[in-house]
Design a protein around this ligand. Sequence first.
Ligand SMILES: Cc1ncc(COP(=O)(O)O)c(C=O)c1O
Length: 394
Amino acid sequence: MEKETKIVSLGRDKKWTNGAVNPPVFRASTILFASMEEMNYAAKNRANGEPFYGRRGGPTHFAFQAAISELEGGVGTALYPSGSAAISASLLSFLKSGDHLLMVDSVYEPTRALCDNLLAGFGIETTYYDPLIGAGIVDLIKENTKVLFLESPGSITMEVQDVPTLSAIAHDHDMVVMLDNTWASPINSRPFDMGVDISIQAATKYIVGHSDVMIGTATANEKCWDQLRENSYLQGQCTSPDDVYLASRGLRTLAVRMAQHEKNALQVANWLAERPEVDSLRHPAFPSCPGHEFFKRDFSASNGLFSFILKEGNQRAVTAFVENMKHFKMGFSWGGYESLILGVFGIDKLRSATQWDSSKPLIRLHIGLENVDDLIADLEAAFVRFNGALNNGK
Ligand SMILES: Cc1ncc(COP(=O)(O)O)c(C=O)c1O
């Protein structure tokens, strides 16, 4: 089955849908049993999709979990109330006091804060590594290094990692490899073929697709599934069937949305590449993006999220750029049907293994499903405001 067909077909078994096209919302905390025998059977099979108790999920959850597991290419998927919960619960399921974690330096800021605050407080040590370190990762592995965490491409700065090389080295040292795979979504890369053990999605983004639900998924291979599932359950991680229903509904249009996001974003990026104010594009599909060669090798497509770096600028000029846009709205997210813009400052303060030159401003765009000519006109007007503010200050 090709990905478009899978997106439409997976997770729609009659045992979950009861014959409806969409898996309906099934709300329950308590499941009732007619006999001790039934109860014992449910308890024994509670990890295998047998209704047992609300925190283990019901048919709405099982349908969505089955679809995500197969799309990602793993054996099981745990659900969480946000992408961040999926990240923290995955880490906490495989790390304990005294362990060492290798975390990519370009990681999503709250993941970094989790390591520096909560995990550090639990006695779990984090070493950050250059996203482009490749085989050099071996020098950072210690006796107590248990997890290698990747995010590819990195949030905001978009470095693409050599996932197969990093995973192979981590496995040589008995480590668990976790990947924040949100940018690829479950359809534009094959994380388990690249050696990843746990693939995490902030489903809040492209899977939901409509900017109205928080939800996360972590899909594991055979080796890690039991531990991830049981330790996440012990942490009390569970999701509302209403949210899962919306995520499952969003999933059905993922392939068509992604194709349009990609097409629109490539058009905007090509236009930006010609602008005299632009220093470089941080779009994985462009050679100027660090790790572009890994994007070409490991991804089947891009999407609507990328950044660009300006040759010069200051906070005032960037503010003039991003404020008063007609179509691009300001918000800390991406993956919905709408265009978003973010002027990002202080990246250098979020780096410890690499350097970042903050004298050149970075703007992140999420290109939505609007007509691309309207978006380009919006950006053209933004450059007029930006240049005006820059020249005024000179
Ligand atoms: C790359 C990445 N990972 C994880 C998250 C966290 O997801 P959530 O907001 O659902 O907690 C985000 C959110 O912006 C993200 O961009």
